[in-house]
Design a protein. Structure first.
Length: 306
């Protein structure tokens, strides 16, 4: 009976890891940094969620950190996790060349969507598709991988099994039409999307080897004008960005001199819907990122070049 109980408890722990199982000290609210970030959020024309945790000390800031926000392109992190899970199970191979499906259509083609210029029947190794999905945020590559892993429902099953209660793929996922109308391609909370990066950083996502590969990929972002622009270029950071008309978002895990920290900033219902560099949401993300880096690394003389 004891052996059965222990086995059951272990299975439940694997299915939905709790905060207590995470490596590192428990969270403790950092009042000074919370006040600083609150001051940056004050007056923002829209809704803002922030989650910050210093992994070595547990210092934490949570501002609407459990509120659901649109992911925009940050949903590509859960898609990546589902992909590597299927590779781990032997269902897919990263080295296999996959043919571009003639049924893949996406109306919002960006200039950086390299895969969108492919013709039906052209092939690419799955590993390169994942690289394009993460580094330049190629939407066609992302939808292609989403389909290859079994659609949004398969990604959501992985998320639910690993304790993510609010993070979901909505687009092209039967039964999630209402959520798609509200949040777009995907939805998450600042705390959950940050936890996804922490899992990868700590080798707890799929497997240690898979985590290492995913982490390396996440450190190669082309989109470095917002949060990443506010930390020294010599400091490594894993990140994913997202933007749609009324939302800006970024999650990053910074390997800073005084210890790793994870930061997620997400907006919604923005008044500023422009795509110019001075977008209000983009400026907020820059300001929060700079404030956090300076707070934890006060002796670093580096400042962003003007």
């Amino acid at each position: 009976m004891i052996r059965i109980a222990v086995t059951l408890m272990a299975a439940l722990a694997l299915a939905a890891p709790s905060r207590a199982q995470h490596a590192g000290p428990p969270e403790r609210t950092d009042a000074a940094l919370t006040a600083r970030l609150d001051s940056l959020v004050r007056g923002f024309r829209g809704d803002v969620g922030i989650y910050l945790r210093h992994l070595r000390t547990g210092a934490t800031v949570a501002i609407d950190a459990d509120t659901v926000f649109p992911t925009a392109s940050m949903i590509k992190v859960p898609i990546l996790l589902a992909l590597y899970d299927q590779v781990q199970q032997g269902r897919l191979s990263l080295d296999a060349r996959v043919p571009y499906p003639d049924t893949l259509t996406y109306r919002y083609t960006e200039a950086t969507d390299v895969v969108g210029y492919m013709a039906a029947g052209d092939t690419l190794p799955l590993r390169e598709l994942a690289f394009l999905m993460l580094t330049i945020s190629d939407n066609h590559a992302s939808l292609w991988i989403q389909a290859l892993v079994g659609g949004g429902a398969a990604v959501n099953e992985w998320l639910d099994a690993h304790g993510f209660r609010h993070t979901r793929v909505n687009s092209r996922t039967p039964g999630r039409e209402q959520a798609r109308s509200a949040y777009g391609w995907g939805q998450t909370t600042p705390r959950e999307i940050a936890e996804a990066l922490v899992m990868i950083r700590q080798g707890r996502a799929v497997s240690p080897r898979a985590s290492e590969e995913m982490y390396r990929m996440l450190t190669r972002s082309y989109w470095d004008q917002e949060a990443l622009s506010q930390i020294p270029p010599t400091i490594q950071a894993a990140s994913k960005q997202g933007f749609v008309d009324r939302s800006r978002s970024e999650v990053l895990l910074v390997n800073a001199p005084t210890g790793d920290y994870v930061l997620a900033v997400i907006t919604k219902n923005q008044v500023d819907t422009g795509y110019e560099p001075g977008n209000e949401g983009s400026r907020l993300i820059q300001a929060v990122s700079r404030a956090v880096y300076e707070y934890f690394n006060p002796e670093d003389p580096w400042r962003p070049a003007r």
